[in-house]
Design a protein around this ligand. Sequence first.
Ligand SMILES: Cc1cc2nc3c(=O)[nH]c(=O)nc-3n(C[C@H](O)[C@H](O)[C@H](O)COP(=O)(O)OP(=O)(O)OC[C@H]3O[C@@H](n4cnc5c(N)ncnc54)[C@H](O)[C@@H]3O)c2cc1C
Length: 409
Amino acid sequence: MERFDVIVIGGGPAGLMAAGRAGAKGERVLLVEKNQSLGEKLLLAGRRRCNITNAEPDLEAFIERYGQNGRFLYSAFSRFGPAETLTFFNQIGIPTVTERGGRVFPTEGGGQRVLDMLLLQCKKYGVHILRSSPIRALKFRDGRVERLISALEELEAERYIIATGGKSYPKTGSTGDGYRFAAQAGHTIEEPTPALVPVKTHETWVKLARGFNLRNVRLTVTVDGRKTDERFGEMEFTNFGVSGPIVMDLSAQVPDWMKQGVLRFHLDLKPALDMETLKRRVAQDFEKHKDRLFAGALRNLVPGPLIPLILELSDVPSDKPASYVSTEEKAALAALLKDIPLTINGLWSFNHAIVTRGGVSLKEVDPATMRSKLCDNLYFAGEVLDLNGPSGGFNLQVCWSTGWVAGEA
Ligand SMILES: Cc1cc2nc3c(=O)[nH]c(=O)nc-3n(C[C@H](O)[C@H](O)[C@H](O)COP(=O)(O)OP(=O)(O)OC[C@H]3O[C@@H](n4cnc5c(N)ncnc54)[C@H](O)[C@@H]3O)c2cc1C
């Protein structure tokens, strides 16, 4: 049996970075991937354009985007953070461009270019790659990983890096195997839940406006009536609930909030107008269109695709002449436009989640090396760790930084 210095399990962005870095340090490296092709999820990233990182210049602000667990990243980011990542990609032949919200993309070629260049790095440093080889289990001896059991053979190395990803988009190969391996080594696994995922609502009328993209709206989150969060931006209705950037960014906390009480999102369609201004605006519109019916008078107040939904939620019959709509009814309409309540009753499944929240507990991993504190020849990199951020390049940055640090160590 051929023996390696390092075996990396998983050929996603974290595994590719770790393998390339360990190879660059002169180690004999084997990268084992269960699929025939590597980086399947990386190819999907950023609608195939691959949002590799974020241009947020302040490291503190960058780290804050990961919530409490972000503190774990200080050490890795101080050695290979967003700035070093950009330099790395530029040096391996991937010039980048920064777009809205600080999103950084390759100027051309998208995820395919990123994958090709990472594979080229691995080749340059003599990394062996074994495809179509799912690792089934780890074998331990004296508190260390002794070998790996794959479908076809047993594999041995001095050190092992688990970079098998989370549980989201399982069709790309990330089926949570790394959690099982880490648990075998005695690690605590923080419950994996879908994140950056659409949200389900109790209200079924959402489907009346499904697919319609709302811009410049505000979502206020309440738990048992208490305000807990607020977002401003884009969202959309789906067949079973709501989705879009602001909803996806809130989704990671939904399981926690649901444990605390009744979770509601309150949609404000007119965040730029306070209630009194909106009431005046509604009154003006109804005066201007007094020869129309209620449904017709709404046309200047809300986009067309939302009108069926407003009619469903309003007590005013759609065919009531606008001139007969009372002051109270107009006030109720203004209140509705400022607060459409959505009762949240769950998340879509891992099949639709961009990332996984939860994973290998950070308490049991050394942040400077990604080495297990329980098993001294075992390391972790990427989404298998209990780290997740919002959309905008933050999740791939975790892979580059933790992959580089694990490979370096
Ligand atoms: C549609 C979509 C779009 C996204 N867009 C972006 C974006 O633009 N920017 C961003 O920052 N993030 C994005 N993400 C998130 C980002 O892609 C992931 O966080 C990232 O791919 C995680 O990398 P990883 O290397 O940790 O794991 P993965 O990419 O999941 O790779 C893990 C690899 O391990 C292999 N593997 C698993 N189990 C085994 C086993 N037992 N034996 C051998 N191999 C195994 C898998 O087949 C897979 O190849 C997106 C995610 C999705 C689903």
